[in-house]
Design a protein around this ligand. Structure first.
Ligand SMILES: CCCCCCCC/C=C\CCCCCCCC(=O)N[C@@H](COP(=O)(O)O)[C@H](O)/C=C/CCCCCCCCCCCCC
Length: 216
């Protein structure tokens, strides 16, 4: 497995810092930082091997859709997730019941990443409380089955389940994170998790209030 440890050393910290900077003091989620967080996670995943490339391609595609909105002529409306939701709903730019004219709306695209963030939260929580003999593939599968899998077709669930078995063991995983000793990894995860959870919850509440948690 080719792992660019030097790149990861700052990338992982960067990812966690990026999620830290996602929330404004008024609990708005900055789309630019949210997307940057995902970019970092994808870089990390790419270092785990080509077996994950079908996952990273989908994530990259969705990240790019959001970046295009941010850089587009209506980019001002995409500064925060809150302003994006308001703008797209007010302007009727979202397919609400079936896929139609707006397959790349910001709302439906971010929803896919938002669901994946729940997987990440559950997976990192398992890693944080794991012991030496815990199995990363099992932790990853459990987190996936409790979250994202409910939104995936059978064929995607099968492919994801197969890819999870290619994950490195816990010790290698921690090495790749390059944070330091297992205790230091646990401490970093302990710092990062509440922030990731808060970003997830703020987004979840916003989508629930606007009744857009099931966008096609
Ligand atoms: C501290 C870091 C340690 C953990 C590092 C984790 C790095 C994870 C990086 C990226 C995660 C990938 C996010 C995937 C987003 C998937 C979005 C999605 O659900 N897409 C599906 C629906 O889209 P539409 O068709 O409606 O447009 C799409 O069908 C999915 C296709 C690809 C398969 C997705 C499988 C997701 C598995 C997530 C677990 C990733 C495991 C990585 C292992 C480290």
């Amino acid at each position: 497995m080719a792992v660019a440890l030097e790149d990861l050393k700052f990338t992982l910290q960067e990812v966690l810092d990026t999620f830290k900077s996602c929330l404004s003091e008024h609990k708005e989620v900055f789309l630019e930082h949210y997307v940057a967080g995902w970019r970092g996670l994808v870089r990390f995943m790419n270092c785990l091997g080509s077996v994950f490339s079908f996952i990273s391609k989908d994530a990259v595609n969705k990240i790019q859709i959001l970046v295009n909105h941010l850089n587009g002529e209506n980019g001002d409306h995409y500064i925060t997730v809150q302003s994006m939701v308001k703008y797209e709903l007010d302007s009727q730019l979202v397919d609400l019941t079936k896929r139609g004219s707006f397959p790349e709306s910001g709302c439906r695209t971010l929803l896919r990443l938002h669901r994946a963030l729940r997987w990440l939260e559950l997976f990192l929580e398992r890693l944080r409380t794991s012991t030496e003999d815990s199995n990363t593939s099992v932790m990853c599968s459990e987190a996936y089955n409790e979250s994202l899998s409910q939104h995936h077709a059978w064929i995607i669930r099968k492919a994801a389940g197969t890819a999870f078995w290619a994950l490195p063991g816990r010790a290698t995983f921690f090495d790749v994170m390059n944070v330091g000793s297992p205790e230091q990894v646990m401490a970093v995860l302990g710092d990062a998790l509440p922030l990731i959870s808060e970003v997830y919850q703020v987004t979840e509440d916003l989508y629930a209030q606007n009744n857009i948690l099931e966008l096609p």
